[in-house]
Design a protein around this ligand. Structure first.
Ligand SMILES: [Cu+2]
Length: 248
């Protein structure tokens, strides 16, 4: 069923669980679609005007229809209570600690993704809305000691494989949505809020960050890239970025 649905590759540890749920929901929808379709055709023939010159106002009284309705409600409740809610709880109840996770800020804007790494000191430098310029999209205050080693990129997110990633997601203007399809991650970025999102990428490669909310005329070109790389490659990339900071 999964290949048949044409889902993207699974590139995070929780992807299989989400796909399992998507597959169950599709099976239920397929059964309902076929069932209701057959019932619709049956009703068209059975209650055609030629056979029923006078309308009956009593409605259906059979036990089958009530039984089916109850069965559908029960199946939907099982999907919700045993699959959807537990899966969501795992995403939002316990976040990895800032010590074990790779922590990064992602700030959406019309129409780009700004990425902010805390650098070797592990502390994000101060940002100030008044410092935002074309060259400093995050408004990073480089005079802040914590900001000196901070790394910023546009539309490029590099992350190590097999480690928990904690993204603090926000936006400068309108609502955007941070969509990493291969990692089955999707979270709206809401003005005035910093929303944590976490996942563990488990497949190296180059993937896309898609904006999944219609956010303006340039929405279609609001795409960034995620590069999932080995720990060594990631470290090398960080060092290269740090070098560019000291001698740009
Ligand atoms: Cu957007």
């Amino acid at each position: 069923m999964l290949e048949y649905l044409g889902l993207p590759v699974q590139a995070s540890t929780h992807a299989a669980e989400i796909d399992h749920m998507i597959s169950l929901i599709h099976w239920l929808m397929l059964v309902l679609f076929v069932g209701w379709g057959i019932f619709f055709v049956f009703v068209l023939i059975r209650f055609r005007r030629g056979a029923n010159p006078r309308a009956s106002y009593e409605g259906a009284k059979g036990k089958i229809s009530k039984g089916l309705e109850v069965a559908i409600v029960v199946i939907e409740m099982v999907l919700l209570v045993f699959y959807a809610i537990p899966a969501w709880a795992k995403r939002v109840r316990a976040f990895p600690s800032e010590n074990e996770a790779v922590v990064v800020r992602v700030v959406g804007e019309q129409f780009a993704w700004n990425v902010h790494y805390p650098g070797p000191d592990g502390k994000f430098g101060r940002t100030d809305i008044n410092r935002i310029t074309a060259d400093n999209a995050l408004g990073l205050d480089r005079s802040d000691p914590n900001a000196k080693d901070d790394i910023t990129t546009i539309n490029q997110l590099n992350l190590p494989v097999d480690r928990p990633i904690l993204v603090h997601l926000s936006t400068k203007d309108v609502i955007h949505s941070f969509g990493l399809y291969e990692m089955r991650v999707k979270q709206d970025a809401v003005p005035g809020m910093s929303i944590p999102v976490w996942f563990i990428p488990n497949r190296e490669g180059q993937y896309e960050i898609a904006c999944s909310q219609l956010c303006g005329l340039g929405h279609f070109r609001m795409r960034g890239f995620v590069t999932i790389q080995s720990a060594a490659e990631y470290q090398k990339w960080l060092e290269e970025q740090a070098k560019q900071l000291t001698n740009p």
